[in-house]
Design a protein around this ligand. Structure first.
Ligand SMILES: [Zn+2]
Length: 306
């Protein structure tokens, strides 16, 4: 897409960059929410809300678990959920949530969580993958939907043809780090910078003219350094609004139900086209795209910002 960039950007500036002065109260609120979540788990409930709520400014509240939504559940629920072949191949998000231990109410560090307007963006992480990315592209093509692919550098290097296929279909790209290092944000700015640049180089080796103006931290484990480096390299940090936890392979029906029930104008939907068995995600797409295209304007995140 080529229009609307200003609107999206102003949404970030206006609503998502938080001054440090709000940190203390936000941190207290986080503690309260954490306590409530802990209680809920203790009660054995599995339906803890993980849906970030939008404020009037378009910013997503950090306090409702959006940050944690990409993390593994406290209790193993996969046996019950999995109707796929076992997803032993989970992406590095699985089992790694150390970066959330010092999270505060500002743990998103200003990362984009909504599109900033009425449009909805579907995002696909961890690829490109030779088995699933083409299937995702087929589904999107069938419904005329453009989306955003958050690609991992080493995957882009291994599958440059798929990077080109993504771009050829009009989708936009997002840097998702070189090898999905969930702790990247805790490394030095120099290491972070080298990682992000190496990833961009792999993408550009495949698709030299494709803009890369978004960065998504693996696991949503944002830190100030990783946000700063991404911004300095001309990439806007991108989080998400709706997370169906498809990387856990809960089955197409559950993925579809989560997305269709939680999606609303402005949502950024997190899904995966790699990192494990993604057949459920592909099947869910075929189920939800008729409804989503009827209810919303689905569009790739813009690349025309400078
Ligand atoms: Zn990822």
């Amino acid at each position: 897409m080529t229009n609307g960039g200003g609107t999206w950007r102003s949404g970030r500036v206006r609503g998502l960059l938080r001054p440090g002065s709000t940190g203390r109260s936000a941190a207290i609120a986080v503690l309260v929410v954490a306590a409530l979540l802990g209680s809920a788990y203790a009660l054995g409930q599995s339906l803890i809300p993980d849906r970030p709520q939008q404020s009037a400014t378009g910013a997503t509240g950090d306090l409702n678990g959006g940050h944690y939504a990409d993390q593994p559940p406290v209790e193993p629920t996969q046996t019950e959920q999995s109707d796929q072949e076992g997803d032993h191949n989970a992406p590095p998000e699985a089992g790694q949530d150390g970066t959330t231990s010092d999270a505060t109410g500002d743990s998103l560090f200003g990362a984009h969580v909504t599109t900033g307007d009425e449009r909805v963006a579907l995002t696909f992480d961890d690829g490109p993958d030779p088995q699933y990315t083409p299937q995702v592209l087929n589904a999107l093509r069938e419904f005329g939907v453009r989306a955003t692919f958050c690609v991992v550098g080493e995957m882009a290097e291994s599958h440059p043809d798929l990077v080109r296929a993504i771009v050829a279909d009009g989708h936009t790209l997002c840097n998702h780090s070189w090898n999905h290092d969930i702790t990247l944000g805790k490394r030095s700015p120099e290491v972070i910078r080298a990682d992000l640049l190496r990833t961009n180089e792999a993408i550009r080796a495949a698709a030299p003219d494709a803009p890369i103006v978004w960065y998504r931290q693996p696991g949503g484990a944002w830190t100030y350094p990783v946000v700063s480096v991404a911004n300095a390299l001309g990439m806007t940090p991108l989080h998400w609004t709706v997370d169906p936890s498809d990387w856990q392979a809960p089955g197409a029906a559950r993925i579809a139900a989560t997305v269709t029930s939680q999606i609303e104008p402005g949502s950024v939907v997190l899904m995966h086209d790699a990192g494990g068995n993604r057949q459920g995600t592909v099947e869910a797409l075929w189920q939800i795209l008729p409804e989503l295209t009827a209810r919303f304007e689905l569009e790739a995140l813009p690349t025309d910002r400078t």
